[in-house]
Design a protein around this ligand. Structure first.
Ligand code: ADE
Ligand code: ZN
Length: 336
């Protein structure tokens, strides 16, 4: 068996896709300060160190409270552009060639920032990053599940002029007590509009929420899915359907979904034949980007070269790229 260092180098070298990334969760403290100054907004922190020290969470809600507070400094189209460019520039170093990015429009419209301001800034960065770095991107609009169904319908209506630039809809925010069934009708309308369907499920919520996401939202991809492992029939179904799981190891550690990295289920998921992938979720809050996540699981779970290649392949195969684009990336993985 090769050394851990060799296996980390392999993970670095392989072309990869990131499929679970909230753009608002890539807001680094340094950029938060710069934007707060530019927009003349007071923030309750005096230094980058003070901000980082506040990132100590005991569950999802703890994090979400700070995350919504952090994103409140995003006001102008330029802010969303700078945020998105910073992330796309950063992941070049990890050899991430394709990204499917979530954004939370309601986190902005709720505080008076127009839908069009946020999406315009993000999409302009997509275009420039493709031209400058060759990275490809897709955009997924999430509904905040702690808000109402009616609110989600309003958000879908605001997205109407942009539908040719939006790949799918997702479901995020506080999971427990906000099951997928609450959004069955708005997801049905989104699918009628040709959008793909995704949902965070089984992060903190029970296996039944994963089942609802499959049966009622007809998801094309499952975000997290950790707690599906508590249910044998569900495991068999996810395997049979070839469902891609976007797993986020450092996020799971920071939000106490797992006790320590050695107890992370990623290796077990692969051994069960599930199509798991490695993602950063909210890298500015959870201690790292895609390669930081790979490094953490390779070390803690002693992943093999085959595991690492499978993770890279799953990220491409589970993306919404066209078949020809997938084939090109997959053959580059075989050659690497
Ligand atoms: N929004 C941003 N990150 C999230 C996560 N890990 N779970 C649910 N909602 C989120
Ligand atoms: Zn997430």
């Amino acid at each position: 068996m090769s050394t851990i260092k060799d296996r980390i180098a392999l993970a670095q070298r392989l072309p990869k896709a990131e499929l679970h990334l909230h753009i608002e969760g890539s807001l680094e403290p340094e950029l938060m300060f710069r934007l707060a100054q530019r927009n003349k907004i007071d923030i309750p922190f005096r230094s980058v160190e003070e901000i980082r020290a506040a990132y100590d969470f005991s569950n999802l809600q703890d994090f979400l409270d700070i995350y919504y507070q952090g994103m409140s400094i995003l006001r102008t189209e330029e802010d969303f552009f700078d945020l998105t460019m910073a992330y796309l520039n950063r992941v070049r170093a990890d050899n991430v060639r394709h990204v499917e990015i979530f954004f939370d429009p309601q986190g902005h419209t709720e505080r008076g920032v127009p839908f069009d301001t946020a999406i315009s800034g993000i999409l302009t960065a997509f275009t420039l990053a493709k031209a400058q770095f060759g990275v490809t991107t897709k955009l997924i609009m999430c509904f905040l599940r702690h808000l109402s169904e009616d609110d989600a319908f309003k958000t879908l209506a605001q997205a109407e002029p942009w539908l040719d630039r939006i790949e799918g809809v997702g479901l995020d925010s506080s999971e427990v007590d906000h099951p997928p069934s609450k959004f069955e009708r708005v997801f049905a309308m989104a699918r009628e509009r040709g959008l793909k369907s995704l949902a965070h499920a089984g992060e903190e919520g029970p296996p039944d929420y994963v089942r609802e996401a499959l049966d009622l939202l007809h998801i094309d991809r499952l975000d997290h899915g950790n707690r599906a492992l508590e249910d044998e029939a569900l495991i068999a179904r996810l395997r049979k359907e070839g469902m891609t799981l976007t797993v986020c190891p450092l996020s799971n550690l920071k939000l106490c979904v797992v006790e320590d990295m050695a107890a992370h289920p990623l290796k077990h998921m692969l051994d069960l034949g599930l199509k798991a992938t490695v993602n950063s979720d909210d890298p500015a809050y959870f201690g790292g980007y895609v390669m930081d996540n790979f490094r953490a699981v390779i070390e803690a779970l002693d992943l093999s070269e085959d595991d690492i290649r499978a993770l890279a392949r799953n990220s491409i195969a589970g993306s919404f790229l066209a078949d020809g684009e997938k084939r090109a990336h997959l053959s580059a993985i075989e050659r690497a």
